[in-house]
Design a protein around this ligand. Sequence first.
Ligand SMILES: *Cc1c(COP(=O)(O)O)cnc(C)c1O
Length: 360
Amino acid sequence: MSTVSAVISRQAVKHNFARIQSLAPNSKIIAILKANAYGHGLLEMAKTLPDCDAIGVARLEEALALRAGGIVKPILLLEGFFNPSDIPILVTNNLQTVVHSLEQVEQLEQASHLQGQLTVWLKIDTGMNRLGINVQQFELVTSRLQQIDLVAKPLNYMTHFACADELNNPFTSEQAQQFYQLVDGLGGELTLANSAGILAWPETQADWIRPGLLLYGCSPIIDRIGSDDGFIAAMTLSSSVIAVKKLSAGDKVGYGSSWIAAQDTTLAVIAIGYGDGYPRHAKDGTPVLINSKRYPIVGRVSMDMITVDLGPDNVSVQCGDKAIMWGQDLPVEEIAKYADTICYELILQLTSRVKIKFID
Ligand SMILES: *Cc1c(COP(=O)(O)O)cnc(C)c1O
């Protein structure tokens, strides 16, 4: 038996997938399963989503793990290949690749003796200034790619948004407009939208959408949670209460004695800490759910434990009770705010000490 567990509801993930389909009924879906499916289990999530049209990952190792696990669907490397020696591996394993730089184009030209067809998504930088070729390079890059036999034709086109989670920021529309203008009439498939794009900017859904976070039931939109838009949190992170004790007014709690009881109260110690991936920066007041009631963290998060204030009149919480750190009844989006981070980071930074369990 492991102390800390992350229970993943396959049914919630299936529900979220269906919800995405209903939001973008005319788009095919690249399910984004990078970073161990945002901490939810790469292969398990691939098997939970038999209806997705393709899978997106960030690393060749992730793609090969899916192939080794028997997944035969199209897989797209979102950042493409990093070394020329990866190219034959892509061809052999039927992996699709993003091309975002002239260096990659050169490497493909040098690999043009390889037999086979490589599906390419040309990534265009429309203002994020991370990966992608810029508008000035577009003509040159497309004409060179057209001449490589190994590269399947027509080319497909992609861009990525910088601010799609900000509902009042016009930059997403500007990026989309620039992209649509550039690729107008070229044929090939188009993809722009991540989760925030799918939700907030439906005009960006195009041929393919690329949902990550929404599959897991969390919201990418500032100040919203997944359930606001009909999604269900797939992960429930829990541990147990390992001590309950009385404190007197003035007693100090934890490292640095940073919290001081203002009144006589009762404290619960819960077996979870930053050694499990619970954020060390979770502030005093971060809620924890015990027997369906919220209690605030008091004192610093330690490696293996946190401490919560049960209040002066506690009768209900006892040693051995289950404590929930986040899940359907305690949104991880809310915990992320208390920890000055985003829910993406929380769900995927759990350590190997946490047992992942799957339920239907
Ligand atoms: C990670 C990623 C996504 C998914 O983003 P979400 O916000 O989780 O939906 C989509 N596209 C690319 C290129 C990515 O790297």
